[in-house]
Design a protein around this ligand. Structure first.
Ligand SMILES: *[C@@H]1O[C@H](CO)[C@@H](O)[C@H](O)[C@H]1NC(C)=O
Ligand SMILES: *[C@@H]1O[C@H](CO)[C@@H](O)[C@H](O)[C@H]1NC(C)=O
Ligand SMILES: *[C@@H]1O[C@H](CO)[C@@H](O)[C@H](O)[C@H]1NC(C)=O
Ligand SMILES: *[C@@H]1O[C@H](CO)[C@@H](O)[C@H](O)[C@H]1NC(C)=O
Ligand SMILES: *[C@@H]1O[C@H](CO)[C@@H](O)[C@H](O)[C@H]1NC(C)=O
Length: 428
């Protein structure tokens, strides 16, 4: 019996030693595995960081273009571009839809409207309309309107609006127009930008030598980027070439959102003030709660603030101190002559004081258009002004004047600094 005990002990000892040895070798293998796992996890962390960096950059992309606006037929004689839903904060329930519309001049406006909700319900609203630019000459083929649809029942936010033309034969009715929310309930957490630029490539002659110039169009964006604007909403953005977009994409902080503008009527190319009014209205509605201020510019129009917009003493500081009921700030605009010898547009220093400006250049506080005309505040040129670059073919009797003579020394020094930076970004 004892012999068996001893044998058992020896066997157990042997097994223990074998187990111990096996464990030891497996352990070292395990270590390899662990270090490999560790290696992978470190790589994952790096990739995660890279991803985070990527999304961090995505975070400041403000939605200026969804749903994408496009001119589409409603009824027989009317087209709608974009529709906005504004919740009415004064009445506890309900809201209003505003739609930008153009129609054949003389066509009767006789519509019904209903809102369509996510749960499939359609709710009838109360229709009314307003002319967008009433002081129009009548010989234009089209007339612009804002259509309104007031909604009483609050079933949450509708997702689209349907206008039914009561005079038509019913063939073009019931087209659902997607709504853009002036202020969304499921609010995005992207902070609003200080100043956004709406760029009008609809009114501007893009077949002109200016419109075809790569360097002039690039300078427009880089100049405004350097003074502190990085959000651009471009109407008819497809006019910009791939080359321009590629150059701008290198500056990750230039955010350019392109909108189509397939205007359905032939328009007087000599006078596009009717289209400009439409674009202005869309720009203001589109940037509400997304930008504190906006300006509508054509590519030959440059904004010159007294300092970079991020500086404490910039024109923004003055704008913020005005009452919020003042929504239009007019900029002094100089018609600056382009001299081909200068490498930058902003190098040009002569202007013609007698040129009649085709339109005013303003900075707006974005608000819903109202029938009550808001007053315009003139901004002192010591705060900000604008240049409009032109070929001075017919110079006025008074001749050309020097821009330098208008400016205080500190403003001039700022301009030189900005110009240097623009040059650096454009050519390096
Ligand atoms: C993420 O961005 C930070 C700061 O901009 C930078 O230091 C870091 O190297 C970036 N990480 C990666 C993985 O690119
Ligand atoms: C646009 O520019 C081109 C080229 O300079 C010119 O031929 C054309 O007449 C211009 N169009 C308008 C409407 O001014
Ligand atoms: C536009 O202007 C040109 C020259 O200035 C003129 O010949 C043409 O008739 C005008 N077009 C319209 C539609 O007024
Ligand atoms: C264009 O038409 C509008 C409205 O008829 C008028 O007020 C404006 O002076 C015109 N502009 C030009 C440059 O002819
Ligand atoms: C244009 O301005 C820049 C920056 O101030 C300056 O360096 C450059 O010499 C100027 N070029 C011309 C042709 O005036």
């Amino acid at each position: 019996m004892r012999k068996y005990h001893q044998l058992l002990l020896v066997i157990i000892s042997c097994i223990s030693i074998i187990v111990l040895l096996t464990y030891k070798s497996e352990n070292s293998r395990l270590k390899d595995v662990l270090s490999a796992v560790h290696f992978f996890s470190r790589k994952d962390a790096d990739e995660l960081r890279l991803l985070n960096n990527f999304t961090a950059a995505e975070d400041d992309i403000i939605n200026f273009n969804r749903p994408l606006p496009v001119w589409q037929l409603i009824g027989d004689s009317f087209h709608a571009y974009a529709s906005y839903y504004q919740r009415n904060d004064l009445v506890p329930s309900g809201g209003e839809v505003l739609t930008l519309v153009t129609g054949k001049t003389g066509a009767a406006v006789n519509f019904r409207c209903k809102a369509h909700y996510d749960d499939g319900r359609d709710i009838q609203g109360k229709f009314r309309f307003q002319h967008l630019n009433q002081e129009d000459n009548i010989d234009v083929a089209f007339t612009n309107y804002v259509f309104y649809c007031r909604l009483k029942n609050d079933l949450g936010e509708p997702n689209s609006i349907v206008y039914t033309d009561l005079t038509g034969d019913g063939s073009n009715t019931n087209r659902k127009l997607r709504l853009r929310f002036v202020k969304s309930a499921q609010g995005s957490n992207v902070p609003q930008t200080q100043v956004a630029i709406c760029m009008d490539l609809v009114s501007f002659n893009m077949s002109s030598s200016f419109g075809k110039s790569y360097s002039k169009l690039i300078e427009f964006f880089i100049h405004h980027y350097v003074v502190g604007v990085n959000q651009f909403i471009v109407y008819n953005g497809d006019e910009l070439t791939e080359l321009i977009l590629q150059k701008l994409m290198k500056h990750k902080n230039i955010h350019l959102q392109s909108l189509p503008f397939n205007f359905p009527f032939a328009h007087n190319k000599n006078n596009t003030s009717n289209l400009r009014e439409l674009i202005k209205t869309d720009c203001l509605l589109r940037s509400m709660h997304k930008a504190k201020y906006v300006t509508l510019l054509e590519p030959n129009e440059f904004l010159f603030p007294n300092a970079k917009l991020s500086d404490d003493n910039s024109v923004l500081y003055s704008l913020n101190s005005y009452s919020t009921s003042e929504t239009i700030y007019e900029l002094q605009t100089y018609s600056v002559c382009m001299d081909g010898k200068n490498e930058l547009l902003s190098n040009n220093s002569f202007y013609d004081p007698e040129v009649v400006q085709p339109h005013k250049i303003n900075i707006f506080r974005p608000v819903v258009p109202s029938s009550s005309t808001s007053s315009t505040t003139n901004l002192a040129p010591s705060l900000a002004f604008a240049h409009r670059y032109t070929d001075c073919v017919h110079v006025g009797n008074d001749g050309l004047h020097m821009l330098q003579n208008l400016l205080r020394q500190d403003f001039m020094n700022n301009l030189i600094k900005i110009r240097k930076e623009v040059r650096e970004l454009m050519y390096n």
